[in-house]
Each structure stands twice: as structure tokens, then as C-alpha cells.
Ligand binder design. Structure first.
Ligand code: F6P
Length: 360
């Protein structure tokens, strides 16, 4: 009988509980025991690691489709964590402590459900996991993890953001005005682009594509509508201006006489009941992770590539994207997937008459 552990790290998203539940279910079929590490790597800091045995009494099926992580993701504000260890040059000591805790739990394998920061961190400190198999499952609303076509949580985030825009459109029409909606997504515009197309936005600004604010203004002024959605990804910038991107764009519209308001869906994008697509992906990725363990794979990530579920090496993942600095852990270089120029959604948006910036 194998003993496996699960932990959720980085920002949460809807779909995490579905992954945990499906791992538990698949492991039970294999006769394996499953333990949840509470609060991500924070749960490994105490002398007695913070873990719970997972079974259907602890995590019933009806909790599997609600957002958040049943295991929690860690407490950023506490004093003893990776961020602090990096700042104080104590990573070696810190990971030694975590490795000691993992040895106490004595796992055959650990499934880490994380974003690109967590994956880079795990690879950089891979010695911590050298006594077990490490299998990662990609999750993030940002869709910025390379080598997988989709990540857990993205579909639900698109659904949440689209619903938010649909609701705003009703009040926008009543008052003949525009809403500048700021999406999350960090340096990747995929969430803004997808929800923008889904909600029929009039303009979508993403970090990957340069835009001309005067052309945006003209595009709105020449629209045959006097209300609508302008989707702005949080990663865009406007030369010579500072502050929230939606606010900067809103000011420019106001200066041109265009009635508008800003709207910030914020963490609502990480909430909401898990969509059927995310639940299906969660079950596929959970089973792929268990198969990877059965096949003795380690330092791998489950991935969906051209409709096929597979695994890819963690080293490949952390080297495949565009390097950038992790916003939470100073000095950590992460690898971001970004929206490519030939992304079919960009082409569709352009064909729909949505202003997407200066692509030509
Ligand atoms: O990476 C997920 C994400 O939601 C980003 O889209 C966003 O920039 C960030 O996390 C918000 O982080 P926090 O929850 O720490 O405010």
C-alpha cells in the first residue's frame, strides 16, 4: 500500500477541492492511503507536521465542487515562510526543516497542486522531495503555466468574470455608459481575452499586445453603441501613468467625454462553484497524477496537450515560458506562458470588431 500526500500552494482557485476529492477517490480504488498537508508548505514548519488523513467522511462529495482549498493554501502574513527565508538568506535552513517534516510523514509520493511560482520553487528546492516522488498538478486562474493547454481553475474564473460583465452590461445600458473592467491574470492576458470574447466586450487590453489609447478612445466614440464593456487585464501599463490600469484607462475615456465607471471583480474570479469543465479536468489530472506515481515518475507535472492528458518534466516547465520575477518571492524567477500573436481567440476578437490593440 502506498502512502501519498497532497498539498495546495499559491493563490487558490475553484477546482482545488475537486482535484483533492478525485485523488482521494482514485487512491481508494488503488488501496492507497491519502494525507492532506494543511496550509501548503506552512504545514511542514511545526515539529509535528500539520496533516490530516483524507477520506470521504472528511471531504464529502458535495464539498468537492465548492471553491477555495479544503486544505488551505498557507498564511502569507506569517513570519516563517519561503518569502521570509529568501529575504533573510535562510532558504537552506528552511528547506532542511521542511525535509525533516516530510521524512516524519514518510510519504511514497507527494502531489503538489500549484501555480508557476510553486512549481519553480519546488524545482529550485527539489532536494526537499528527493526521498519521495513529486508529481505536480497545474492550477491557476491566470493560465500562465507553460506546456499545458489549460490549468485547473481557469474555466471557472472565465465563467465568474463573464457573469460579472453580463450583470454590468444591464446597468451600463440603463445609464448610457461604459464599464472598464479590470481582470486578474498577472502578466498573462488569457483570462481577460477569453472572458472578454465571451462577454462581447468592445475592447480588450492585454499585456502581450501594445495598444494606443487614442485609438481606443476613437474606437469607443465611433461605436454604434453608447454602453458596453472594456476589458483591461491587470498586467497592462500606460506610459507616463501610474495606478490601477482600469483607473488609468477610465480617466482617459472621461477626458474624452465618454461616460464610464470602473469595476473590479477581484477575488470573485477565484470563487464560484467549480464548472463541469473544471471538474472533468480535475478528475483527469487527479488520475494522471496517480498513474504517474504508479509508473514511478517523479519531478513531473500533469498536463493537457492537444486533448491528451500526459505528464511533462518539471525542469521543462520551468524553462519553457517567458522568465519573470515572482511577485511574492523576491529573487525567484518564474516562467510565464503568455498569449501568442496567433492565438485563435485574438483573431476571433479582431474579426468581431473588438479593439485588441495594435496587432498589425
Ligand atoms: O495568481 C493568481 C492571482 O489571483 C493573480 O491573478 C492576482 O494578481 C494575484 O493572484 C492576487 O494575489 P493576492 O490574492 O495575494 O491578492
Amino acid at each position: 500500500m502506498k502512502k501519498i500526500g497532497i498539498m495546495t500552494t499559491g493563490g487558490d482557485c475553484s477546482g482545488l477541492n475537486s482535484v483533492i476529492y478525485n485523488i482521494m477517490r482514485g487512491a481508494k480504488k488503488r488501496g492507497w492511503a491519502v494525507y492532506g498537508i494543511l496550509d501548503g508548505t506552512d504545514g511542514l514548519i511545526p515539529e509535528k507536521p500539520n496533516i490530516i488523513r483524507l477520506d470521504q467522511d472528511v471531504l464529502p462529495q458535495e464539498y468537492s465542487f465548492i471553491a477555495g482549498s479544503f486544505l488551505r493554501n498557507g498564511n502569507n502574513s506569517q513570519n516563517n515562510n519561503f518569502e521570509k527565508a529568501v529575504q533573510t538568506n535562510k532558504v537552506a535552513q528552511f528547506t532542511k526543516q521542511l525535509k525533516k517534516s516530510l521524512a516524519k510523514i514518510n510519504l511514497d509520493a507527494l502531489i503538489l497542486i500549484g501555480g508557476n511560482g510553486s512549481l519553480s520553487l519546488a524545482w529550485q528546492n527539489r532536494d526537499m522531495y528527493s526521498d519521495m516522488q513529486l508529481v505536480c498538478i497545474p492550477k491557476t486562474i491566470d493560465m500562465d503555466i507553460p506546456l499545458t493547454d489549460i490549468t485547473i481553475g481557469f474555466d471557472t474564473a472565465v465563467s465568474q468574470l463573464t457573469r460579472f460583465c453580463d450583470d454590468l452590461l444591464l446597468t451600463a445600458r440603463s445609464h448610457h455608459r461604459w464599464f472598464v473592467v479590470q481582470s486578474m491574470g498577472r502578466k498573462c492576458g488569457m483570462l481577460a481575452l477569453t472572458a472578454g470574447v465571451a462577454s462581447g466586450a468592445s475592447a480588450i487590453l492585454i499585456p502581450e499586445i501594445k495598444f494606443d489609447v487614442d485609438k481606443l478612445v476613437k474606437h469607443i466614440q465611433s461605436s454604434d453603441s453608447d454602453y458596453g464593456i472594456i476589458m483591461v487585464s491587470e498586467g497592462i501599463s500606460l506610459r507616463g501613468h501610474s495606478g490601477e490600469p482600469a483607473t488609468m484607462i477610465s480617466r482617459k475615456l472621461t477626458a474624452a467625454g465618454i461616460a464610464n465607471r470602473t469595476a473590479f471583480p477581484e477575488h470573485i474570479q477565484r470563487a464560484g462553484n467549480t464548472t463541469p469543465n473544471d471538474r472533468i479536468l480535475a478528475s483527469q489530472m487527479a488520475i494522471a497524477a496517480l498513474d504517474a506515481i504508479a509508473n514511478n515518475e517523479t519531478y513531473v507535472m500533469t498536463a493537457l496537450q492537444n486533448g491528451e492528458i500526459t505528464t511533462v518534466g518539471l525542469d521543462a516547465v520551468v524553462n519553457a515560458g517567458k522568465p519573470s520575477r515572482d511577485p511574492n518571492i523576491s529573487g525567484l524567477i518564474i516562467s510565464d506562458a503568455i498569449v501568442d500573436d496567433d492565438n485563435p481567440l485574438l483573431i476571433a476578437a479582431d474579426e468581431m470588431g473588438i479593439y485588441i490593440g495594435e496587432t498589425k
